[in-house]
Design a protein around this ligand. Structure first.
Ligand code: ZN
Length: 80
């Protein structure tokens, strides 16, 4: 890995940050996608959000991300 290769360096930093973020949230190494139930890790998650007192995750699938956002909107409505 070359220092001049900015892309590689940025990718590595990003990956480490994602794992730290994941641990800070108290998530297990593998969580299940809130929408499809697939296993999701710090390397493969698409989104993370608080839901009914816990943290829920979404996999990388655009389909799941779409439904995940809808669920989060529904939750906001419930609060109002
Ligand atoms: Zn999913």
């Amino acid at each position: 890995m070359s220092v001049e290769n900015g892309k590689v360096v940025i990718h590595a930093v990003h990956e480490r940050d994602a794992e730290e973020f994941w641990k800070k949230l108290g998530l297990k190494e593998t969580e299940t996608c809130f929408v499809c139930g697939e296993g999701v890790t710090a390397k493969t998650f698409g989104a993370v959000a608080p839901f009914k007192g816990k943290v829920v995750v979404c996999c990388e699938s655009p389909h799941c991300f779409f439904h995940f956002k809808l669920k989060m909107k529904e939750k906001e409505k419930e609060v109002e």
